[in-house]
Design a protein around this ligand. Structure first.
Ligand code: DC
Length: 219
């Protein structure tokens, strides 16, 4: 399936399957792929590395302004670097995950990263962009806006490993991040009025990617 210029925005809460689905859709469309969550995570890694307090918005902003955050757009192997250091693994660790909602709630941080995201989108011919505010703020003119969701139980199951205790703490962590991400003052997670809602509860990856391709061709 090859389309001319096209931007697909995929928003939704943590664990909804956005990353896997967006990457797979980008490959199917021969498009680029932008994981905006990786940019907020890389910014958070830089803040933690600098030892800045999470309540110090000015300090956080300065670190993020000075950091060279590079996020690749190849759906086959996303690259994430901060000042030339490969942080692709570190940004998925518990320290960054615990701090990322606080850093991404700082308005100046969002301004810096949204500007970068818009530039990257403008440079790409076809691109699938995933995040929380893509259809509402970053690219309101996207050709297709999807709000991908799933029940909290299913999202926790996807995120956790085998044990019951792990499942429980993952569900709590997801609920905490959902709350922080959707109640922050600047660009909270919310559904764009013209977004198409896809509830992936009980669906496998192939079914969700198939559904998105179908939505795209019918537009
Ligand atoms: O998609 P993710 O879990 O890797 O995102 C990490 C965090 O970044 C998430 O808790 C909210 C924030 N985020 C955001 O505020 N805006 C985006 N466009 C993408 C992510």
């Amino acid at each position: 399936m090859t389309l001319a210029r096209c931007v697909v925005a995929v928003d939704g809460p943590s664990g909804s399957g956005k990353s896997t689905v967006s990457r797979r859709l980008a490959q199917a469309l021969d498009a680029r792929y932008l994981d905006t969550g990786a940019m907020y995570r890389a910014a958070t890694w830089a803040v933690l590395q600098a030892g800045v307090d999470l309540g110090d918005h000015e300090g956080i902003t300065k670190v993020v302004l000075d950091a060279e955050i590079a996020v690749g757009i190849d759906p086959a192997g996303p690259l994430v670097e901060v000042n030339g250091t490969d942080v692709a693994t570190a940004i998925r660790g518990p320290e960054v995950t615990a701090a990322v909602s606080a850093v991404s709630a700082v308005p100046a941080v969002r301004q810096i990263l949204v500007t970068k995201q818009r530039e990257m989108i403008a440079d790409a011919e076809r691109i699938v962009v995933e995040g929380r505010d893509i259809g509402t703020v970053v690219s309101p003119e996207a050709d297709l806006k999807v709000y991908l969701t799933a029940s909290v139980t299913e999202r926790a199951r996807r995120r956790s490993t085998e044990t019951e205790a792990d499942h429980h703490s993952t569900a709590e962590d997801l609920a905490r991040r959902d709350h922080l991400d959707s109640t922050r003052a600047t660009d909270p997670l919310r559904q764009a009025p013209d977004a198409l809602v896809v509830d992936s509860t009980g669906m496998d990856i192939d079914e969700v990617v198939g559904k998105l391709k179908e939505l795209l061709t019918s537009r």
